[in-house]
Design a protein around this ligand. Structure first.
Ligand code: AMP
Length: 435
């Protein structure tokens, strides 16, 4: 029997509602704050990632699904969303449309890591970017958006960690300083860090190895070594987060994040219920990337949230999301089927909002299922039960003649009762907590 590839999971109908709800919350929140969705392909030229994320990073050296296609091109499944968006921004000259592009994305990412709790090979991210400005207001806005989204998902105990890497000059100067500090301690660093020391020294600060963490504890901090401009920028971001947005954060002086394109502000959000893989999301500023990709010299900042990790952090609260009530319409006879179909439509219109072209939101509070078969009432009731119906409406030709329908509330198990057909839509709404 075939199985899905290790680390790449099916999301089955029983679990999809939570995904849809979470995605819907994200879309409404981001769209209503002026962000537009962008969908880039899952495959890109490998260079899109190696040039931006950095060809000495773990993501590029170890984790990308890379292959050569029949025409000899090096292609990779996207391990993250920012580089493809910058590629698209430059390719389609989006800077001509607006001086600031607020963009968001939702979709799968691929990294060939060892699967464990909270770490898979296909995972999903919700991310947002503001491209076109280097102002500190944008850093604060992006972090506030991330924090608001997590709250809307129902998360509370998360912590936002903040640091600044400074501009490219600051990063280079600090790397030299750090290298000097670490040189004498080389034999105590792990093999990976010895490698990093030569190729990408800042990443030693990220190492989780106990010995390395000890050594790094007393190393100089990058945020204490910023140039005047970057120091001022970081100060403003912190001030704005506190006073404009009321967002709480802690400064995390050793956090550098694993991707080369970051400059200036970087941040990560952790949650205590996540265990070893404790990051819910992260992001930062990447002021050089648009230019490096051949676009205008504009700054940018963004975040990405890992959806699977949001669900782990939500635990049982995940089930509160999006389970629309099923209304099962049992019908006996031809007239009942005609009446039932109309009733189902009225229920959906009333409780799921207004379908296009009104343009109003189309919610999914109610799912209607009408039994078209000529099965007996007993068998239809069994089927309603098996499908998890919240309410059953029973329509027989006799009831219809009296303009009545029988209602059976499947949750409280009270006996069924007759009401006027005209009151059915309200009655169902009341029973499902919709009014
Ligand atoms: P990163 O770009 O590595 O900072 O990833 C941003 C977020 O995506 C992380 O904070 C995680 O929530 C999520 N994430 C990254 N890698 C994985 C993975 N292999 N499996 C599940 N979630 C991941």
């Amino acid at each position: 029997m075939y199985k899905s590839i290790r680390g790449m999971e099916d999301i089955l109908p029983g679990g999809i509602r939570a995904w849809q709800s979470l995605e819907r919350i994200a879309r409404i929140e981001l769209e209503s704050n002026g962000y537009s969705e962008i969908r880039t392909p899952i495959l890109e030229e490998t260079a899109v990632f190696s040039r931006s994320i950095g060809d000495t990073t773990d993501i590029v050296t170890k984790e990308m699904y890379t292959f050569v296609d029949k025409k000899g091109r090096g292609l990779s499944l996207r391990p993250e969303g920012t580089a493809p968006i910058v590629r698209a921004y430059v390719e389609h000259s989006l800077h001509r449309i607006s001086n600031q592009s607020r963009l968001y994305y939702i979709g799968p990412m691929f990294r060939s890591e060892r699967p464990q709790k909270g770490r898979s090979r296909q995972f999903h991210q919700i991310g947002a970017e503001i491209i076109g400005s280097s102002e500190p207001q944008m850093d604060a806005e992006i972090i506030a958006r991330l924090s608001d989204l997590l709250k809307l998902f129902g998360l509370e105990a998360f912590q936002i960690k903040l640091n600044s890497l400074g501009c490219k000059d600051d990063k280079d100067k600090f790397s030299g300083k750090l290298k000097n500090y670490l040189k004498g301690k080389k034999n105590k660093l792990c093999a990976d860090c010895n490698n990093r020391l030569e190729k990408n020294c800042l990443r030693v600060l990220d190492c989780k190895n106990e010995e390395c963490v000890k050594i790094v504890k007393d190393s100089p901090d990058i945020a204490d070594n910023l140039c005047g401009r970057c120091g001022e920028h970081f100060g403003k971001v912190k001030m704005m987060l506190e006073s404009y947005f009321g967002v709480q954060f802690v400064e995390s002086k050793k956090m550098v994040r694993g991707l080369d394109y970051y400059t200036g502000t970087v941040f990560e959000v952790t949650h205590p219920d996540l265990g070893g893989q404790d990051a819910l999301g992260g992001g930062g500023r990447y002021d050089n990337l648009v230019k490096e990709f051949g676009g205008p010299n504009v700054g940018a900042v963004g975040f990405a949230i890992g959806i699977e990790r949001v669900f782990i952090a939500l635990g049982d609260k995940k089930d509160l999301f999006g389970s629309p009530g099923l209304v099962y319409i049992a019908t006996l006879g031809g007239d009942a089927k005609i009446k039932g179909r109309k009733l189902a439509e009225e229920l959906r219109l009333r409780w799921n909002g207004f379908p296009p072209p009104d343009g109003r939101l189309y919610n999914l509070n109610v799912v209607t299922l009408l039994d078209w078969t000529d099965a007996s009432l007993r068998s239809q009731m069994r089927s309603a039960d098996r499908n998890g119906a919240r309410v059953v409406i029973i329509l027989g030709d006799d009831e219809i003649k009296q303009n009545k329908a029988a209602i059976k509330d499947m949750e409280n198990k009270e006996p069924q009762f007759l009401i006027d057909i005209g009151s059915v839509v309200d009655e169902v709404g009341k029973r499902m907590g919709l009014c």
